[in-house]
Design a protein around this ligand. Structure first.
Ligand SMILES: Cc1cc2nc3c(=O)[nH]c(=O)nc-3n(C[C@H](O)[C@H](O)[C@H](O)COP(=O)(O)OP(=O)(O)OC[C@H]3O[C@@H](n4cnc5c(N)ncnc54)[C@H](O)[C@@H]3O)c2cc1C
Length: 372
């Protein structure tokens, strides 16, 4: 089948790869460059500390597929293969009301075959020097988490697509519906507008989220020795970026944004509040300095799960979006699910038909479910 994929972010590229591997004739079109949307702005955290069993499975499958991609790219001598993935200790910190979320994640990890560790604040302080824990806090440690460098992931995917004979064209803005047997819209934050313009609105809204890169003081040792931290107490996450810097994010604004008219710079308020939280959580935080801050758009859905499958009442039109802020860590599995749907086996839990008739009157919620 001839398939046109609109959008060369991680979701579009992953679905193009899955379709091509199944023998479809695939092309990818992007109005900018591959990775120019949310994908190139992501923190790249990959964590199985999710809010739902099926989400856990999508992350785990993506991690497995990523390992295969890295092996193939190593054989081909791709430089991105060496830098795309870094494993990190990964801790989720909770206290008081957020302990319930921590308990749920803990149960899920054990039930689904991982071996998480759980510490009280004293044990955690001994295990993770440089990280500050307050009395009453508890810590869940995942064993298999890490981070991808999103631009390296885009390069790996482009390399695989080239091998599969898929053409990826940059600078091609799709306005009218392309003439292909299957059109897959994976346009990130532009997806809801594009599908509405074609007469097929879907239950998805773009929301804004922010990230800061902080220069880590040399006196604290390499930032890469710090764990990734999901801080349920203070509502932010941080992950080492390189020897000398740390990414810290949150600043999520749960209202709709226009992808063609939003501020891509971080808000001063966000920078000030993330700095405060980093100081409270890390010994080195007080000496950390802002390198840069930025914002990007993610796509939320009413149930915080992806939109992956046929667009209702539109022959030959498919959608892969609704990342709810965590599309990198699930991209390769979602690409497979999209290709399953095109081949006639949709995943009912992700099928856009579940929102038929839902309209626009639903609230955006934090994607990771830390509030669950
Ligand atoms: C600050 C920030 C931090 C994040 N951190 C993480 C994280 O730690 N872990 C994680 O898993 N996820 C994270 N995310 C989320 C992640 O970035 C997204 O889930 C993911 O990138 C979505 O990929 P996508 O392919 O759907 O969209 P995009 O990457 O936005 O790609 C969409 C593409 O479609 C193209 N396009 C749109 N309209 C058209 C058109 N009409 N014609 C042609 N091309 C078009 C765009 O140019 C763009 O390249 C983060 C996001 C942000 C903003």
């Amino acid at each position: 089948m001839h398939c046109t994929v609109v959008g060369a972010g991680v979701l579009g590229l992953s679905s193009a790869l899955a379709l091509a591997e199944r023998g479809h004739d695939v092309e990818v079109l992007d109005k900018a460059q591959p990775g120019a949307g949310a994908s190139g702005k992501a923190a790249g955290v990959v964590s199985t500390m999710t809010w739902h069993d099926d989400e856990f499975a999508l992350v785990q499958e993506t991690r497995g597929r990523l390992g295969e991609l890295i092996s193939l790219a190593m054989i081909e001598g791709s430089p991105a293969a060496r830098s795309v993935w870094k494993p990190y200790d990964s801790i989720t910190v909770g206290a008081g009301p957020s302990l319930r979320a921590l308990d749920e994640m803990h149960d899920r990890l054990e039930r689904l075959g991982e071996e998480p560790e759980r510490f009280d604040f004293r044990e955690a302080a001994a295990q993770f020097p440089g990280v500050r824990f307050a009395p009453g806090e508890e810590v869940l440690v995942a064993q298999e988490d890490g981070a991808v460098e999103p631009n390296d992931l885009v390069q790996l995917l482009l390399g695989r697509l080239e091998n599969e004979g898929v053409s990826v064209r940059s600078g091609v803005e799709v306005r009218a519906r392309p003439d292909a047997e299957a059109v897959v819209v994976a346009g990130g934050a532009w997806t809801p507008g594009l599908l509405s313009a074609w007469g097929h609105p879907v239950a998805a809204k773009a929301f804004r989220t922010q990230l800061a890169s902080l220069a880590w003081p040399e006196s604290a040792g390499a930032a890469t020795e710090a764990p990734m931290v999901h801080d349920l107490t203070r509502g932010f996450y941080a992950r080492p970026e390189s020897e000398g810097s740390m990414l810290a994010g949150d600043g999520t604004q749960l209202r709709s944004f226009d992808p063609d008219a939003y501020d891509e710079a971080a808000d001063p308020d966000f920078v000030a509040s993330i700095a405060e939280r980093v100081v409270q959580r890390f010994d080195a935080g007080a000496e950390a300095r802002l390198r840069r801050g930025w914002a990007g758009l993610c796509v939320g859905t009413p149930d915080r799960r992806a939109l992956c499958g046929a667009v209702p009442d539109a022959d030959g039109l498919w959608v892969l979006s609704g990342d709810n802020g965590f599309g990198v860590m699930r991209c390769l599995a979602l690409g497979e699910r999209l290709a399953d749907a095109v081949d006639g086996s949709p995943d009912a839990a992700l099928d856009p038909a579940r929102f038929r008739g839902v309209g626009d009157d639903w609230p955006l919620r934090e994607g990771f479910g830390w509030d669950a």
